[in-house]
Design a protein around this ligand. Structure first.
Ligand SMILES: NC(=O)c1ccc[n+]([C@@H]2O[C@H](COP(=O)([O-])OP(=O)(O)OC[C@H]3O[C@@H](n4cnc5c(N)ncnc54)[C@H](OP(=O)(O)O)[C@@H]3O)[C@@H](O)[C@H]2O)c1
Length: 298
């Protein structure tokens, strides 16, 4: 582990990047967080130690943001813009001597997928592998944190668009692993793909697990995947663009028909990276019981 490490964490105001930054802070690491909101720079610097202005939609901001940066936690939002954002950022990292990029991808275990978001992540990973910058790709399956979205567990009814098992990953594991990988650097993690899918459960098992953890009766409702686009892109609940949501329909259609059965598999590198077992949904639901209860009773 190098003392001169100085990684830049993107997406620190989002759900994954925030946990990565908190993990780095609690481990006493030297690091910076990037934000596209100039008004947040000061508050983020107070919170994490140092911040830099970077707008992934404006590559002119990259060189200044990457000055003296040794590694990048590359995270994008839920839009196709991730392709241009990542390509230009990887170019800038290479130009500025950044030695390691840790990319947050998806659970893309097979290459013949035609889900848009999986394809986008695979294209970013291919470009990254060819860039000359040392790389590590993280591949989380469905975030357990998705179960905290109101539209998914409204009134204690877990709405899901396939009856088949889905593999879940706790962001606590993904973020802690990302922080450790950034701290340990490319010497240990270059050229590695890590998988995060700790617990594979069908809808009924998810509802039973949430019920056991909270004492509140959760039920499961398998809905027609064609409804996903309408329900996911409700203005009040979503930052997803429709291409992403359409990909969600494809995902559930494929899983339901058994063509993407691997989405329901367990494959998890948490222990390999952190030396501890990953959180199962039952553990995660206990940690988040108050939030689950609040949503379920709303
Ligand atoms: N949900 C799942 O189950 C799942 C599973 C596997 C993989 N993933 C992947 O996880 C990623 C999303 O992670 P997340 O849930 O943490 O996202 P998120 O909560 O939506 O956060 C996105 C972060 O990116 C920042 N950002 C967006 N556009 C930016 C720009 N132009 N310049 C600088 N920063 C920008 C946002 O900053 P602002 O605060 O300024 O908006 C925010 O901090 C996606 O790539 C997705 O494919 C998700």
């Amino acid at each position: 582990m190098s003392n001169s490490n100085n990684p830049l964490v993107l997406g620190a105001t989002g759900q994954v990047g925030k946990l990565v930054a908190m993990n780095l802070r609690s481990r006493g690491a030297n690091f910076l967080v990037g934000t596209r909101r100039k008004t947040d720079l000061e508050a983020l610097a107070e919170q994490y130690g140092a911040s830099r202005y970077i707008d992934l939609d404006d590559p002119r901001t990259f060189d200044e943001a990457l000055k003296d940066v040794t590694g990048v936690f590359l995270i994008n939002g839920y839009t196709v813009d991730m392709l241009v954002q990542s390509k230009t950022l990887i170019d800038a990292a290479s130009r500025n001597g950044v030695s390691h990029i840790v990319h947050l991808g998806a659970f893309t275990r097979e290459h013949d997928t035609y889900l848009p978001v999986f394809a986008w992540h695979q294209m970013i990973e291919t470009y990254l592998r060819d860039s000359g910058v040392a790389w590590t790709n993280l591949h989380p399956n469905m975030f357990m944190q998705n179960l905290l979205a109101l539209w998914r567990v409204n009134g204690g009814r877990y709405s899901v668009y396939t009856s088949k098992p889905i593999g879940f990953a706790a962001l606590e594991d993904v973020a802690e692993a990302a922080a450790v990988i950034l701290m340990e650097g490319p010497e240990k993690h270059h050229g590695r793909d890590y998988w995060f899918s700790a617990d594979a459960l069908d809808p009924q098992q998810v509802a039973e697990t949430l019920t056991a953890a909270t004492g509140y009766k959760f039920t499961a409702e398998v809905r027609d995947h064609e409804l996903l686009l309408k329900e996911m892109v409700l203005p009040a609940v979503s930052t997803f663009e429709s291409a992403y949501a359409k990909g969600g329909i494809e995902l559930f259609r494929e899983v339901e028909h058994g063509r993407m059965a691997y989405i329901g598999s367990v494959a998890d590198d948490t222990k390999r990276i952190l030396g501890r077992e990953p959180l199962m949904l039952r553990d995660w639901a206990k940690l988040h019981a108050d939030e689950l209860l609040e949503i379920a009773s709303s």
